[in-house]
Design a protein around this ligand. Structure first.
Ligand code: SF4
Ligand code: SF4
Length: 367
């Protein structure tokens, strides 16, 4: 893995629903908590640089790296169970609450072809992963821990049994990995954690400092970078320069999201930065022609054509009734759609609107 530091003049951190704790013009230390999470599987957010907050909006915080100072490390070794979970979440680990657990599944399979971040973590960061694994085992106390790896992979992790996953998209996505590991769909007594979450828990346990780094794939290489590193800087490090009409994608080509600009920073969950040259086919605002391809190929066995049509016309309650919550956002429906409809985008829009409506209803009940 290339562990070359990318010098950060500017860090741009995506809030992903967290609430900002800083305001424009404020000085921050490296490691200072800058946003707090109320989502179950999302830890708090910390500045990867010392400097001045240059911009805050509901979606992002931008920090100019021209300051000094770092927060003091936190002593974690005496903590366990819920106390350790709360401390790790506060220090940025994306760990969910999980009541009683039979199987803890660590997903070491890269989600899409062309991404090698988890594979490289397994190859190059075993001590950190083992430290992270013992922390998450101390929190969730599972009866068994399973590591999902690609079929014929030579990688393993001490303290886990391995389950092999076929190298065929979308087999490496969490719901299908859970099915392969337990034989059950959506098992209630199992939890799937991405390998990067175990890595981040390990970094926190090793240093006592917040999670501020992640591993991303760019081109043929993997880089250990600070969270908030601009996508353009990572592309430049790998020798790629975006041109007009090129698109920068955070994540893989099936499930990734287009960066709003080369300045957009990577998050703790960003597995890759990709440059898509002259992107075609471009999604169209076209009606469904009822070919049925998306229904035939959906691995969640739901009806993407109906769900996306409901989403298109703002009928989110109908999308919910059509089991949109079973969709695990593989993007296959959009891949097969001959009308080139933006299927995944409609699905994500509907999920976002449903979550907002539920949060609003919860607030009204609380008042
Ligand atoms: S993204 Fe489309 S194909 Fe994939 S699970 Fe969701 S509805 Fe099905
Ligand atoms: S693949 Fe596209 S055009 Fe065909 S049924 Fe699904 S949404 Fe409609």
């Amino acid at each position: 893995m290339q562990n070359d530091t990318i010098h950060l003049d500017l860090a741009e951190l995506t809030l992903e629903g967290r609430a900002a704790l800083v305001s424009c013009g404020q000085d921050v230390k490296r490691g200072q908590r800058i946003a707090i999470s109320s989502s179950p599987g999302l830890g708090d957010l910390h500045s990867p640089v010392a400097g001045k907050v240059e911009h805050v909006d509901p979606f992002r915080i931008r920090i100019k790296a021209d300051g000094e100072g770092e927060v003091e490390p936190v002593e974690l070794n005496s903590l366990k169970g819920e106390g350790l979970l709360a401390a790790l979440r506060e220090l940025g680990a994306d760990l969910p609450m999980a009541p009683s657990l039979n199987t803890l599944i660590i997903n070491g399979v890269d989600e899409e072809q062309g991404i090698g971040s988890r594979r490289k973590m397994l190859a190059s960061h075993q001590p950190t992963l083992e430290r992270g694994l013992s922390a998450v085992q101390a929190i969730y106390a599972p009866a068994q821990t399973v590591l999902a790896v690609l079929k014929d992979s030579e990688h393993s992790l001490a303290g886990t049994a391995s389950v092999e996953i076929a190298a065929k998209y979308p087999s490496g996505l969490d719901p299908l990995v859970a099915l392969a590991a337990t034989g059950k769909e959506a098992p209630e007594d199992a939890l799937v954690l991405g390998l990067e979450t175990v890595f981040q828990a390990g970094r926190i346990m090793e240093t006592g400092l917040p999670a501020m780094e992640t591993v991303v794939t760019c081109g043929d290489s993997q880089f250990l970078v600070a969270v908030g590193t601009p996508a353009g800087a990572i592309l430049a490090k790998s020798g790629q320069t975006p041109k007009d009409r090129d698109r920068i994608v955070l994540g893989g080509v099936m499930r990734g999201t287009a960066a709003s600009s080369p300045r957009q920073g990577v998050s703790k969950k960003t597995s890759a930065v990709m440059l898509v040259k002259n992107p075609t086919p471009v999604a169209l605002d076209a009606p469904c022609v009822g070919c049925g391809q998306c229904v035939q190929h959906c691995p969640a066995r739901i009806d993407p054509s109906m769900i996306t049509s409901y989403a298109e016309f703002g009928m989110y309650d109908k999308a919910e009734a059509a089991h949109i919550d079973s969709c695990f956002e593989c993007g296959i429906c959009g891949y097969y759609c001959i009308a080139r409809r933006p299927m995944l985008q409609y699905i994500r829009l509907a999920k976002c609107e449903l979550a907002k409506a539920k949060a609003q209803a919860g607030e009204e009940v609380a008042q």
